[in-house]
Design a protein around this ligand. Structure first.
Ligand SMILES: [Zn+2]
Length: 349
């Protein structure tokens, strides 16, 4: 029995190598197994069960340990959780050996995948993890792709603590790009405001989720999840100054700055400008309830940008008394209401 199996396997591998056809799960020499490794970390072991050495493409595949590409699929109650990373298309000519991983017969390559960095898993419970896909390969000693080998793991069920999972930083997120037209003390001020925008918006999102002060500011308890979602999007956007949905400027490109104008957003361009008054008249953080500051002005502007959360907000009202006089549907789309709410959560107003 054993010699025959090995013989058949050898013939099969030869066929794959020479005809470059896609293989199915049963026939592929690749075996992938998954084991848990912490809350949302999964260890992936890829073994060459075949009789000949493999030269597998690692760039952009499950073997890629640096790019945020899809390595596993996650399901919750049979519903797939969206993949939040990138899908790359390689220029396949002139590949180099550094893009490949060699796997001798019987050899296993292990890597650890942080599933929560590419999937939102912030609800506690059981998640089912699979690794299935295909890896292009070349002949040993070559970098010319001649086929793909498919793989499919068994299901791994993991018990996830959603609160812990939500703290895992995302491999890819929409974040602010700070323009080079913000220099010197303005640049420092914007960076500080972005940092506080992120922390205040995150805290406000958590409070909204819990329903804290929601009816005061948004006039309806049913607003909680939408408010939390928009504020989480703002927190993500403000969390870095080097990439994202919006661009942040200090030069008045659209001539929107004038006396008493703090900042403006061009929603169609997801373009945010901070005017001189923002820097000269506002503290980074207010110490009194419903007062204006740089951090919550940054939250206000970010809610206008549809690239952060769609639809972008309007300016139906400014300030606490006007904003809390709006209807529930208007409050949900009013920029200042989010700024006021973030301030109120921060200062426990
Ligand atoms: Zn506004």
């Amino acid at each position: 029995m054993r010699p025959l199996t090995q013989l058949l396997l050898a013939i099969f591998v030869t066929l794959v190598g020479s005809t470059a056809i896609d293989t199915n799960k049963r026939a592929s020499p690749l075996a992938v197994s998954l084991t848990t490794s912490g809350n949302t970390e999964v260890k992936v072991a890829i073994t060459n069960k075949g009789a000949t050495a493999l030269n597998l493409l690692s760039k952009g595949t499950i073997l890629d340990e640096s790019a945020p590409v899809e390595k596993v699929q996650i399901f919750s109650a049979n519903t797939q959780i969206a993949f939040e990373g990138i899908r790359m298309r390689l220029l396949t000519s002139n590949l180099t050996q550094e893009f490949f991983t060699a796997l001798a017969p019987g050899e296993t390559k292990e890597l650890t995948v942080e599933t929560a960095s590419l999937h939102t898993m912030d609800k506690s419970g059981v998640f089912d993890v699979f690794a299935s896909g295909a890896i292009p390969y070349a002949e040993v000693g070559s970098t010319e792709l001649i086929g793909t080998l498919s793989y499919a793991s068994e299901k791994l069920s993991i018990n996830v603590d959603g609160a812990l999972a939500s703290k895992v930083s995302k491999a890819i997120s929409k974040r602010t790009i700070l323009s080079s037209d913000c220099t010197g003390t303005k640049r420092t001020a914007v960076l500080n405001a972005l940092s506080d925008c992120s922390s205040l918006a995150k805290a406000a999102a958590s409070a909204a989720k819990a329903g804290t002060k929601i009816t005061t500011y948004f006039k309806s308890s049913s607003a909680a999840s939408t408010v939390a979602a928009r504020l989480n999007a703002v927190a993500a956007e403000c969390s870095s100054s080097s990439s994202g949905a919006t661009t942040t400027h200090c030069a008045d490109t659209y001539n929107g700055c004038s006396s008493n104008v703090l900042a403006y957003t061009v929603p169609s361009q997801n373009f945010i400008v901070y005017c001189d008054v923002y820097f000269s008249a506002l503290p980074l953080l207010a110490s009194s309830c419903h007062a204006q500051d740089q951090a919550t002005t940054t939250i206000h502007e970010n809610t206008h940008a549809p690239g952060v959360y769609s639809p972008g907000t309007q300016d139906y009202a400014y300030g606490f008394s006007s904003s809390t006089s709006l209807s529930a549907s208007q409050a949900l789309l009013n920029a200042d209401t989010y700024a006021l709410y973030a301030n109120a959560i921060h200062l426990n107003c």
